[in-house]
Design a protein around this ligand. Sequence first.
Ligand code: NAD
Length: 415
Amino acid sequence: MESLNPWDAALEYFDEAAALMGLDTAIHQILRQPKRSLIVSVPVRLDSGDVNVYTGYRVHHDVTRGPAKGGIRYHPDTTLDDVKALAMAMTWKCAVVNVPYGGAKGGIRVDPHGMSRHEVERMTRRYASEILPFIGPNRDIPAPDLNTDGQIMAWIMDTYSVNVGHSVPGVVTGKPVSIGGSEGRPEATGRGVMYQILSAFKTLGMGVDDVSVAVQGFGKVGSSVAKLLHDQGCRIIAVSDLSGGIHNERGLDPEAVVRHVRECGSVGGFPGADPIANADLLALDVDVLVPAAVEGVINESNVDRVRARLIAEGANGPTTPAADRALNDRKVLIVPDVMANAGGVVVSYFEWVQDLQAFFWSEEEVNRRLRQIMERAFLEVYGMTREKGWTMRQAATVLGVSRVAEAWRVRGLYP
Ligand code: NAD
């Protein structure tokens, strides 16, 4: 049985890239470990008066190219290994799209669904206080991830600002526009995934019209991808969330599904669609499959059922190394997470630049620059696959690692 531990998978992908590129042994050894990992206890007073104590993490994988950057997730499966893997992926991702950041990630091991908004606020502020020495606009800049949003970023920004005595919008990204957020940030990750899919279509000589798409995970990333691809003329035939999925071969209207989720809490029960289990959604005969939920969903046990021609990884780490090998053998084109979902960190970078300059851009400007960066990254990586015979994941990882290694080489090892 293959390991489903995300840290094992992250190391396997990194080691493979290191071997392909002939990475310097010392730099390889250094980058196999995160630079620093913080584990904090997060006691939270519940509305009932009781206290629950949760475990929180913040990991900086590498900061050689700039401040650490990465999301914060609230999820019951969050472990230190999970956060280490995600932080490493952030290091490569920032380098693939060439934004001047290192990689970080954070999270609390908690299921926030049963908690009141007040409880989530108290938990967020306590967690922010515990990681305060780790974060800052020149040090480490958190952003939203699974089960976190702009409001949670606003509470972190406020907690940090109150503690240092003045407003520091640049300490987080993905915050509301009213406090220094960027136009276009909420859908930036999904928009970046769309640009990558459109670039892939171009190279495959495929048109956009009537292309069938299934999206697993209908949250911030998945719902944006579905809406944007639908606007391009694609047929979104299935979407899902934690509670299950909905399916209609003639196509769903993602805007209507978003409204349904807002009213009912999940995609289930959407009128005019049949229910479908998450496992069956992954096995649909579609042109494009977008896993946009959690890690390890395409693995050794179900990869034989996957029939999509193109997989664009909206989620981080959705494909295990064994499944990746099987799909590559079958010539399924995988646009890997470290490139496919980098639109979020690109627009986070734009948000941070706008905050530091206190000068804000229009949404058109944000989207235009995002498109430029995502298309350039795709062409660079695709060019490497052609030249070297590598997969897109191998090429993207080599590109990211090589930029980080070059920064290490010129900075040197202290002392
Ligand atoms: P989110 O919390 O907004 O949405 C997650 C969605 O996935 C929800 O609909 C949830 O119900 C569903 N889900 C959770 N577990 C599931 C499961 N086991 N099976 C099916 N559906 C499940 O989170 P998000 O921000 O959209 O993040 C989704 C993925 O994208 C994560 O892997 C995250 O790390 C990655 N990502 C997010 C961003 C971002 O900017 N938010 C950027 C890059 C990558």
